[in-house]
Design a binder for this molecule. Structure first.
Ligand SMILES: Nc1ncnc2c1ncn2[C@@H]1O[C@H](COP(=O)(O)OP(=O)(O)OP(=O)(O)O)[C@@H](O)[C@H]1O
Length: 301
């Protein structure tokens, strides 16, 4: 698996007292949608700005496309499309004209303008003034701007922030389309796990400037299943605990027993052991740690 972005022990301080990033080792796989997740103030925007050279550190160890950012800034930035904070759009111009302003500066053909308008689903609204656009349409136009030069990598800071549910779905579908059909690697920041898990293949969780988790979404979900348990309501919780003790880790919580397990086979085994041991089982309930809880737990630890 190749890596499109790699940072090694990335630190950043706005002043000598205010260090906001601590040893961040980001690894974004080529071809992924990488969800960079963290609560407000965690350091997401600062990290993305460092990747884009909008902030600089003397000893930053950032490699993008296998090249150091400090020595290859222009070549690297040519292959990146980005959206950081509010997009700057001309509201008195149409969507097409907004793209044209940038296309003229960067020698990009009118054909490409039409193409990106099609990709972001704004062909029908191309001649409408941007001031009449919904927030979601403005955001899609901003993504169209980022796509004009056909970059390999997109870096988007909270692209669904402030959008209504419909707008959020449209951006999500657009990003999936760009990843799957146009083979763009996408690094997207968000403070919402529920959003990231619907779209990302890979996840990094940052909190207080430290990367607390990094891995595939499947690995994150696996971590979730490790935090799930079976809750048993039985006639004698202590007797049930003793009966299971050699095979399972169980904890008494009031009258119920919480039993850690790894797979469905083990659930059947727990059920059988209790029944054969003469325990009256009133209820066996699967309690899933949801990812949101796991996320909160991760950042609280
Ligand atoms: N220009 C600045 N000067 C000093 N401190 C800053 C500056 N910009 C950000 N910070 C601080 O750096 C820390 C990280 O901020 P950053 O904007 O990177 O977080 P974030 O995860 O993107 O959160 P948000 O979603 O709220 O933007 C915060 O404590 C913030 O107050």
């Amino acid at each position: 698996m190749s890596t499109i972005i790699k940072t090694t022990n990335l630190d950043y301080a706005f002043s000598s007292k205010e260090q906001v990033l601590f040893d961040v080792n980001l690894e974004v796989p080529t071809g992924s949608i990488y969800g960079f997740l963290g609560p407000n103030g965690a350091g997401k925007t600062t990290t993305l700005k460092l990747l884009l050279g909008l902030l600089q550190t003397r000893n930053s160890n950032i490699k993008i496309f296998d090249k150091g950012i400090n020595d290859n800034r222009i070549a690297i930035l040519k292959k990146i499309g980005s959206l950081i904070e509010q997009p700057s759009l001309y509201h008195h111009l149409s969507g097409y004209e907004n793209l044209e302003v940038f296309a003229l500066s960067y020698n990009i053909s009118p054909t490409r303008i039409k193409e990106v308008l099609g990709i972001v689903g704004l062909s029908g609204a191309a001649d409408k003034k941007v001031r009449a656009y919904s927030l979601g349409m403005k955001q899609r136009l901003a993504i169209a701007l980022a796509l004009l030069h056909d970059p390999e990598l997109l870096i988007l800071d909270e692209p669904t922030n402030g959008l209504d549910p419909n707008g959020i779905i449209e951006i999500r579908e657009l990003l999936k389309h760009l990843n799957q059909k146009h083979h763009k690697t996408i690094l997207i920041s968000s403070h919402l796990l529920s959003e990231v898990e619907k779209i990302a293949s890979d996840v990094g969780i940052i909190h207080n400037g430290k990367l607390l988790f990094q891995g595939s979404l499947i690995e994150l979900q696996h971590l979730q299943s490790n935090h799930s348990f079976i809750e048993a309501r039985v006639n004698s919780a202590q007797a049930a605990k003793d009966l299971l003790a050699t095979r399972f880790k169980a904890t008494l919580v009031g009258d119920t027993l919480r039993i850690a397990f790894k797979n469905d086979q083990q659930i059947a085994e727990i059920n059988q052991t209790l029944a054969l041991g003469g325990i009256m089982v009133y209820q066996l309930r699967l309690v899933n740690h949801d990812l949101e809880e796991l996320f909160m737990k991760t950042i609280a630890e």
